[in-house]
Design a protein around this ligand. Structure first.
Ligand code: ADP
Ligand code: MG
Length: 267
């Protein structure tokens, strides 16, 4: 029995994908993928390019349906609420399930301060100046950016470095207090120092939000995640999850030889 999403609950939630299949036109790209991403954990989605990781992530917050000709089968549950339930508003799913993309995408001309709060405008949340100030400080602190920008909140988001822009995007996602944060290769456009800063941030986030991160960097998966799911699309077949489990098990003694080969860079 599933229910629609709650309006106000906060704190990390579990996300369960059940039998997800996805198509772009008649091209099937995912075949009955099931995975539970546990509340308060970091789950890494790994696998070669083109196996459907980004598509899967977009399905988890209802972005797949924005693509013309895209189709979907299966269920996604936030705790026990079906994000695709009839009558369930897309904006409710998006409020609970935030997303950070590979390329940092702050609003470049908008101030750092307003960038952090941009999501609130979209969800129609109103707050006093004092509440907003506190939220900006709190979320920039969580994103590991506060000390660098506290005295320049009125400067445009586009004036920050790439790594700072990505942390600003993390703060923007966190400001609406999502229960799950999806991250699609959030560090692939960044230098190693910025990457480490974001990894430190991710490690601390899980107390507030369940994290699902797509990464090509196996060291990163090992450093930040408690669990991994290995996606693969072999020879023109749709993507499937070959194996999932604790990150330790996936790296040290996976059940499938293909997992072992992939995590140790032999692919
Ligand atoms: P990954 O993130 O693992 O690299 P994607 O989810 O981006 O994989 O892509 C999975 C498959 O879906 C690929 O074959 C890709 O070409 C196809 N695909 C992705 N996005 C689109 C789209 N907007 N239109 C058509 N095909 C797409
Ligand atoms: Mg991708």
């Amino acid at each position: 029995m599933t229910t629609t999403l709650p309006r106000t609950t906060i704190g990390p939630a579990s996300l369960t994908a059940r039998e997800i299949s996805a198509w772009f036109g008649d091209h099937k790209v995912l075949d009955r993928v099931s995975l539970t991403m546990r509340a308060g954990e970091v789950t890494a989605l790994i696998g070669p390019s083109g196996c459907g990781k980004s598509t899967f992530l977009r399905i988890l917050n209802r972005m797949h349906e924005l693509v013309a000709g895209a189709a979907l089968a299966g269920e996604v549950l936030l705790d026990d609420g079906d994000i695709y339930a009839p009558g369930q508003r897309v904006t409710d799913a998006r409020r609970h399930i935030g997303m950070v993309f590979q390329k940092p995408n702050p609003f470049p001309a908008m101030s750092i301060y307003d960038n952090v709060l941009a999501g609130l405008r979209l969800t129609g949340t109103r707050a006093s100046r004092r509440v907003k100030d506190a939220l900006v400080e709190e979320t920039l602190t969580k994103a590991g950016l506060w000390r660098e920008v506290a005295d320049r909140l009125r400067q445009p988001g586009g004036a920050l470095s790439g790594g700072q822009q990505q942390r600003l995007c993390i703060a923007r996602a966190l400001a609406v207090r999502p229960r799950v944060l999806l991250m699609d290769e959030p560090c692939s456009a960044l230098d190693p120092t910025s990457t480490r800063r974001i990894e430190e941030t991710i490690a601390e986030l899980a107390a507030d939000v369940t994290v699902v991160i797509v990464t090509h960097n196996m060291q990163q998966a090992a450093r930040v995640s408690q669990r991994c799911a290995f996606f693969l699309a072999e020879q023109g077949t749709p993507g499937v999850i070959v194996e999932h489990g604790t990150t330790t098990a996936m790296f040290d003694h996976p059940r499938d030889q293909r997992t072992l080969d992939y995590v140790h860079g032999r692919f």
